[in-house]
Ligand binder design. Structure first.
Ligand SMILES: NC(=O)c1ccc[n+]([C@@H]2O[C@H](COP(=O)([O-])OP(=O)(O)OC[C@H]3O[C@@H](n4cnc5c(N)ncnc54)[C@H](O)[C@@H]3O)[C@@H](O)[C@H]2O)c1
Length: 330
């Protein structure tokens, strides 16, 4: 049984995808809490990883520049860890529609590799897998909860849906201490803000900070759940320290929902640029999920977690992070 009173102090932690947005913020927080952090990341050019994300802690973490498809390398890294946070993924929804094989490899086989390495060589390691709210696709009821059926509308979300099931299967069949935390649109420092291939809200941040038009497809009325990255990180850490969450799936989402148009307008107001409505590109319209109104009730109850940072506070903190180092993200 893991010693929860100790928190993360002295714990050996593997963060796959630790050069990416969420993984690097998680690495910073784990280091602050006294953990020994190993990052495992191949800096995939089609995902949002960035070496600059760990510039200030690069001498405090061990970094392994490998692919999660490399089972032997993964095994070497997993063998002595107390906790594995799986933040590695091929994260672009549109790219998954153009290169479905690559997405399947990383988000499917890569997760099996991690689970199988854990099962064979370190079955006691706590395993926190990140899922996505987009796994459920267009909502059948609101707010959606963890019992909502999954009808993903793009290949990335479909592969995240099946890899979540892989994790849960290993939990039941092989008794791995696994939890799945599904996140919504996360925003904040260290995100890839240069390209519309990644999350729309972080792309809005990039456009705003360059003083450019923030382009909204259609009327932008669809509602989104946006969570500040520190709250997402806190959700992942609390999960890892709470054994009652083992075998469960949760939505760790924000309390409030905003329309895409309002997110654009608030981003412009607090960062720069101006909101502009444009026609839907057909390939984007085809994978849009409409409103994403989701409940965090199950997760809040399980781990006493509360999202603390509002959208506006988060935008201000995000601006502060990027404004002097914008070139590092373009
Ligand atoms: N950002 C969001 O809004 C959001 C929302 C829901 C779920 N998620 C999930 O959270 C996790 C982290 O997402 P993120 O936003 O930090 O993405 P990101 O693209 O910033 O980071 C992903 C990292 O994974 C690495 N990676 C990709 N393929 C790899 C491979 N084959 N081997 C090793 N490393 C590899 C990349 O180099 C990158 O550093 C992912 O599982 C993603 O699906 C993110």
């Amino acid at each position: 049984m893991r010693d929860k009173k100790m928190g993360l102090k002295g714990k050996k932690i593997l963060i796959t995808g630790g050069l990416g947005f969420i993984g690097s913020n998680l690495a910073h927080r784990c280091l602050k809490l006294g953990a020994k952090v190993t990052i495992y990341d191949n800096l995939d050019p089609n995902s949002g990883g960035n070496l600059y994300n760990i510039i200030d802690v690069k001498n405090d973490v061990e970094i392994r520049y490998h692919d999660i498809l490399n089972f032997d390398r993964l095994t070497e890294c997993i063998i002595d860890k107390d906790i594995v946070f799986n933040c590695a993924a091929s994260t672009s929804h549109p790219y998954s529609m153009k290169e479905p094989w690559l997405n399947l490899d990383v988000n499917g086989r890569g997760v099996i590799n991690l689970l199988e390495a854990s099962r064979r060589f370190n079955p006691d390691a706590r395993f926190v897998h990140i899922g996505t709210t987009t796994q459920i696709g267009k909502l059948h009821y609101q707010p959606a909860d963890e019992n909502h059926p999954e009808y993903p509308s793009d290949i990335y979300s479909a592969n995240k849906s099946s890899s979540e099931k892989y994790a849960l299967i290993y939990g039941v069949a092989h008794k791995l201490p696994v939890t799945v935390v599904r996140l919504p649109n996360v925003f904040g420092p260290r995100a890839a803000i240069h390209s519309s291939e990644f999350t729309f809200n972080n792309y809005f941040v990039g456009l705003a900070l360059q003083g450019r038009d923030i382009t909204i497809y259609g009327t932008g009325e669809q509602k989104r759940n946006v969570l500040y990255v520190d709250d997402a990180v806190e959700a992942l850490i609390k999960t890892s320290l709470n054994d009652s969450t083992i075998g469960e799936t949760y939505f760790a989402v924000a309390d409030n929902h905003y329309s895409v148009a309002d997110i654009a307008k608030l981003t412009a107001e607090h960062m720069g640029g101006k909101a502009k409505f444009i026609e839907w590109p057909s390939e984007r319209k085809a994978i849009d999920i409409g409103d994403a109104i989701i409940s965090n009730a199950k997760f809040k109850k399980a781990v006493s977690w509360e999202p603390k940072i509002t959208l506006i506070e988060g935008l201000k903190l995000t601006k502060k992070y990027y404004e002097k180092i914008l070139d590092k993200y373009f």
